[in-house]
Design a protein around this ligand. Structure first.
Ligand code: FMN
Length: 402
């Protein structure tokens, strides 16, 4: 969340200007105050009204406006910025900043600010790979300016190559990470996420409704707060979070083995996956065929899978283990029993029958039950907010240990 943060968005004259509107919208949704500075070049592409409307703030462009309220605009903007993001960043603007040129409002604000400066370059591949541009970028990187690498793809000019501005979703994630307090720095956190799938034959399997959204939100939050994250994930439709080691698995046994691989060296294990408790005793080598004249039943014998949480709960030494309980009834009773039996530090319980809670939803309604018996109930909130609360709890346990 970016509540209380002011982000100055510098928009320069590249064809990717249209994507900057999406960046503003996403920053606003996260609660940030966004002030847009457009270069004259950017104004050739898009009317400032677009950014004024999206940001709910007047758009800044000229340094030589009549001075109102006795504050000089480039200084007041420079001082109020938590971060200055330039997206899209042209070769021209990056070149000017690298060489100390401050000949418009944006370059002057950047020169006058102590805030973190982040560029999302966007340009034609020949411009991007041009040694002059590369040396300007290197010079700025060496001085502590940050760059969000452009992607490779078909560019507006029709060429294929590097130079496509990073996607707005990724840019906003980067900004969120850059602004977050690094209270989990040095912590090694293993997170399990998603469902497992247990094969019946080469074309069929049993699984559950887990989407992995909670685990992926936890991984992003932990990463943004400085942790080294291993995400052991069953099959999901989610994009793997950048900067996180993702280990893909299919079955509960595979998840068990991978947790085993990372457990001894981890500080925290978060069990947010929904592994299958049972698997077919035998996965058939060939597809099961229906045969004419046979009875309309197919019996499959299931056997128990290893209980990952219980096994590692029993093995735990200094590790913090966080469990989840998705229940349809007797929430407190089942979750409290699970907390004790599996030796968790705390358990995040939710009633999956409630609207806005559970597997596929973007929101959840959780109750945290602590080892001490303390119960914290939370209202409906996004899975990102739940992830923040869980990491706050973990951070508190770590602080109280040291
Ligand atoms: C149609 C068009 C598209 C352009 N796209 C880019 C671009 O993607 N990246 C870039 O660095 N320059 C691009 N330019 C060149 C810049 O607009 C030019 O260098 C300008 O001086 C940039 O000014 P500014 O950095 O102050 O916005 C483009 C120019 C035109 C006419």
């Amino acid at each position: 969340m970016l509540k209380g943060k002011t982000i100055i968005l510098g928009v320069t004259g590249g064809i990717a200007v249209y994507k900057a509107a999406d960046v503003v919208s996403r920053l606003k949704k996260q609660g940030a105050n966004v002030e847009v500075i457009m270069t004259d070049g950017a104004m050739e592409f898009v009317n400032p009204l677009t950014f004024q409307t999206m940001s709910n703030n007047p758009v800044h462009n000229s340094m030589f406006n009549k001075i109102e309220k006795f504050n000089v605009e480039h200084i007041s903007l420079a001082q109020k910025a938590d971060i200055i993001l330039v997206a899209p960043a042209t070769a021209n603007t990056i070149g000017k900043i690298a060489n100390g040129i401050a000949d418009n409002l944006l370059t002057t604000v950047i020169m006058a600010s102590n805030a973190k400066i982040i560029f999302a370059p966007a340009m034609n591949t020949a411009m991007y790979t041009n040694p002059i541009f590369q040396s300007n970028m290197k010079k700025l990187e060496d001085l502590g300016y940050e760059f969000i690498s452009p992607g490779v793809g078909i560019l507006a000019c029709g060429d294929y190559g590097a130079g496509k501005m990073a996607e707005p979703e990724y840019i906003v994630e980067y900004i969120r990470g850059a602004l977050m307090e690094k209270d989990l720095l040095g912590q090694r956190i293993v997170i399990t996420a998603g469902p497992t799938i247990e094969p019946i034959d080469p074309v069929r399997y049993i699984t559950n409704h887990s989407s992995g959204k909670m685990g992926y939100s936890l991984a992003r939050e932990a990463r943004d707060r400085g942790a080294e994250v291993v995400l052991i994930s069953g099959p999901t439709h989610l994009s793997p979070p950048d900067g996180v080691k993702v280990v893909d698995i299919n079955t509960t046994v595979e998840m068990f083995d991978e947790v085993g691989r990372y457990f001894n060296d981890c500080d925290v294990l978060i069990k947010s996956a929904a592994p299958s408790d049972y698997r077919p005793e035998k996965s058939m080598e060939n597809k099961i065929k229906k045969k004419d004249g046979e009875i309309d039943e197919l019996n499959i014998k299931f056997v128990r899978n290893p209980d990952i949480a219980e096994y590692f709960g029993a093995k735990k030494e200094e590790q913090i283990i966080v469990g989840f309980a998705a229940e349809t009834d007797n929430l407190y009773e089942y979750a409290s029993k699970k907390l004790k039996k599996k030796n968790f530090n705390f358990i995040v319980a939710n009633d999956v029958t409630k609207r806005g809670a559970g597997f596929k939803s973007d929101t959840n309604i959780v109750t945290i039950i602590h080892q001490s018996g303390k119960i914290d109930e939370y209202p409906i909130m996004s899975k990102e907010s739940v992830a923040k609360i869980i990491m706050d709890e973990i951070s508190n346990i770590i602080k109280n240990k040291s």
